[in-house]
Each structure stands twice: as structure tokens, then as C-alpha cells.
Design a binder for this molecule. Structure first.
Ligand SMILES: *Cc1c(COP(=O)(O)O)cnc(C)c1O
Length: 398
């Protein structure tokens, strides 16, 4: 994989892989220790009245930031190539806050039909109640989004690829159409991570990470991040302050620690994910593999153009099989856990079916759909586990 060297807003011109290791820590301020301390606290004491009232103290109160939070924010802003990052206690909290940073009653927002389902629920419940209309669009609409833009369209929300169905979005084309009409462009960048997709080079104004996934990387903390370009920075800072979003320092520390190994973890997730995706596409039980890194994927050209890698999450559509046969396959897996979330070191699988809540597109595949997260286990062991699963599936069919 090419290491992309970019000269970001902080003036660093080292590779992202190097910055992952060196950003967000300062031994000089940490008594020489490599890693920063976990700073807990609410009250910040001031030495005198003059500094308490000056308004230019670095830290003023726990909710407004602490050294642990600030180090992670700075590291993520640098990695995404944005002007500032603000954290939230979960990925969903970051998404909800980012949406609310821009909308007001009477606005119209365009959201990809492939969006993470809880994002959709937030739009359908909270935005609706506030008088904001959500319209879902076909994820592969590209430049065609122009036709959906209205006078009151305030923002376009993208997520590429969709984290179940893996449609790739032409974000540069969507962003150009949105900006032409004065709308903001938000993206959920969790799948690619800032290592494999640089949102601000492709026209995005706010990039959101469910840091719970690859940044924390060990399935042991919940965390979200909103990173904004210079134009959107004040909005994101204001909503963060107004909601009082402050994740715990332990979780921020775990994210900083996760970041150090994220480069090598993702390379491995990518390699193993592609190898298993190719292997699955050769299995007689599998109808299609939805992995944008495979040449036969309909979004492969966009992936090649805009992305520098793939993470370890993809889906497959099986040939028709009963619910019970699929359960027999999955229930007996020894290495693949059955569970939501992804981005940790371990392999996971979940059956999924978005057919009941899609509105701009129809989801009607030829057979059951499974989403895989390929972890850091030995690839041959994972294949054996899946091969045994297919035997159970076939045995159930009789
Ligand atoms: C998990 C996930 C989220 C939400 O993150 P949480 O930390 O679980 O709230 C958002 N978007 C995508 C694509 C996700 O997979």
C-alpha cells in the first residue's frame, strides 16, 4: 500500500502511518513517559482572579476539555486533515450532534438510503419533530443529486460504502452539487477510516468517525468524533459545547492507544478481508460478494479512484437458503462471533435485512445476506471455520 504523504493544515508532511505513532502525545509534558496520563477531573483551579476571568486559560472546566481529550482531538484532526475535531461518547452521538449543528425548522436534508440505521432513526424521529424534512436518496445517485436539491436543502449526508450493503458513493460529485446550492456535506467515514479515505480532499465539510470501531480497535470502548473543515469548524465547536459532549478520559486514552497500531491493524484487516472475500466468491453457496475492493463490485471504479484501501468489513449474498439453515451455519462457528459492531481485533458475522426500512431503493437480494468483519486471526483458520459452517448449511438443506 502506498503511504500517502500529505502536507496537512498542521504543516506535517510525514506519512499518515508515521503521524499515527507520533501525534497526540508530548513526552516533554508527560514527565518523559511515552504515553500521556489519563487526566480525570471536573474542576480546574486557577492561580488567581486575573487568570480566572481572563478567558484565555487552556483548560477551564472538565466538560470543556482536558489534556487527554485535547490530545486525541488534535491527533484525529491531523489524521483526517481537518481544521478541528470534537469528541462524543459514541459514534451515533457524533452523528446526531453533527446533523443538529446545521439544521433548523423548515430545512430539508438529503440522506443516503444506505445510511447506518440508527442515523436514519434519528432523522425520522428527532429531525422530524424539529420540523426538518429528511429525504432519502439512492446511494449511487452521484451527480444526479442535483435534481433533488431544493431551496431549503441544508445538507447532504453520505456514508460510503454503506456498512451493510456496500454501495460506493461518488462523494466528489455529490459534494460539488451540494456546494453549488450552498448545502453542507457530511460523511460517516467509519468504514474507510481517515487512513483510506481523505474526506476533505473529496469535498466533505464534516467527517464523522464511530471511533468505537477501528480507532479504538479492541472492542473495549465507545467513542465518536466529528472533524470539520475551517468553514464548518465553528458550527461543530458550538454544538459540541451546547450539548456538553464529553467522553470519559479512559476511553479517550484507549482511542489514542488504539491509534498507534491502527496502520498495521488495517493493513492486515484489508489483506485478510480481501483474501476471504475472494475465497467466498468461489464458494458454491455464495451468490455475490459485496466488497468494493473486488473488481466485480459495481462501485470498484470509485473505490479505486477515491480510496487508498479497504477495511475488513464486507457482505455476501448467499444462494437461497432457509433461515434455519443459515442459523445452523452461524450457530456452530467457533472463531466468528455473532455480534453487532466491528473494527475490533476479532472476526464477526451478522445476518442482515434492510428491506423493511429502505425507502429510495429496494433491497430484494436473491438469498440471505451476511455481513462479515474479518479480524486478525490466521486466515486459514477462518476459512476452515467458514467451510465447516457451509457444510452445516448444506447438511440442513439435505
Ligand atoms: C457503529 C457505527 C456507528 C455508530 O457508532 P457507535 O459508537 O456504536 O454509536 C455509526 N456509523 C457506522 C457506519 C457504524 O458502523
Amino acid at each position: 500500500m502506498a503511504e500517502d504523504h500529505d502536507d496537512d493544515e498542521n504543516g506535517h508532511d510525514e506519512s499518515a502511518l508515521t503521524r499515527l505513532v507520533h501525534s497526540g502525545r508530548d513526552a516533554g509534558e508527560q514527565f518523559g513517559f511515552v504515553n500521556p496520563p489519563v487526566v480525570r477531573g471536573s474542576t480546574v483551579l486557577f492561580p488567581d482572579v486575573a487568570s480566572l476571568t481572563s478567558g484565555d486559560a487552556r483548560y477551564t472546566y472538565g466538560r470543556h476539555g482536558s489534556p487527554t481529550i485535547r490530545l486525541l482531538e488534535e491527533a484525529l484532526a491531523e489524521l483526517e486533515g481537518g481544521a478541528c475535531t470534537r469528541l462524543a461518547p459514541s459514534g451515533l452521538a457524533a452523528i446526531s450532534a453533527a446533523l443538529l449543528a446545521f439544521v433548523e425548522a423548515g430545512d430539508h436534508v438529503l440522506v443516503t438510503d444506505s445510511v447506518y440505521r440508527p442515523t436514519r432513526r434519528f432523522c425520522d424521529r428527532v429531525l422530524k419533530r424539529l420540523g426538518v424534512e429528511t429525504e432519502y436518496y439512492d446511494p449511487v445517485i452521484g451527480k444526479g443529486i442535483e435534481a433533488l436539491m431544493r431551496e431549503n436543502t441544508r445538507l447532504v449526508f453520505t456514508e460510503s460504502p454503506g456498512s451493510q450493503s456496500f454501495e460506493m458513493q461518488d462523494i466528489p460529485a455529490i459534494a460539488a452539487a451540494a456546494h453549488e446550492r450552498g448545502a453542507w456535506v457530511l460523511t460517516d467515514n467509519t468504514w474507510a477510516t481517515p487512513l483510506y479515505f481523505k474526506p476533505f480532499d473529496h469535498g466533505v465539510d464534516v467527517s464523522i468517525q464511530a471511533a468505537t470501531k477501528y480507532i479504538v480497535g479492541h472492542s473495549d470502548a465507545m467513542l465518536g468524533a466529528m472533524t470539520a473543515n475551517a468553514r464548518a469548524a465553528d458550527r461543530v465547536k458550538a454544538i459540541h459545547t451546547d450539548f456538553g459532549l464529553c467522553p470519559g478520559p479512559e476511553d479517550c486514552y484507549l482511542a489514542l492507544r488504539g491509534m498507534r497500531t491502527m496502520g498495521v491493524r488495517l493493513e492486515r484487516h484489508q489483506q485478510a478481508g480481501l483474501e476471504i472475500a475472494r475465497w467466498l466468491s468461489g464458494r458454491p453457496e455464495v451468490s455475490r460478494v459485496l466488497h468494493p475492493g473486488l473488481p466485480e463490485h459495481p462501485g470498484h471504479a470509485i473505490w479505486q479512484r477515491d480510496y487508498t484501501g479497504a477495511s475488513g468489513l464486507f457482505s455476501v449474498i448467499l444462494h437461497p437458503a432457509s433461515r434455519e439453515a443459515v442459523a445452523a451455519m452461524l450457530d456452530g462457528l467457533k472463531l466468528f462471533g455473532l455480534g453487532f459492531s466491528w473494527g475490533g481485533f476479532e472476526s464477526l458475522v451478522v445476518p442482515f435485512d434492510p428491506s423493511s426500512y429502505r425507502s429510495a431503493t429496494t433491497w430484494n437480494p436473491e438469498g440471505p445476506a451476511l455481513r462479515f468483519h474479518i479480524g486478525l486471526e490466521d486466515v486459514d483458520d477462518l476459512k476452515k471455520d467458514l467451510a465447516a459452517g457451509f457444510e452445516r448449511l448444506n447438511a440442513y438443506r439435505g
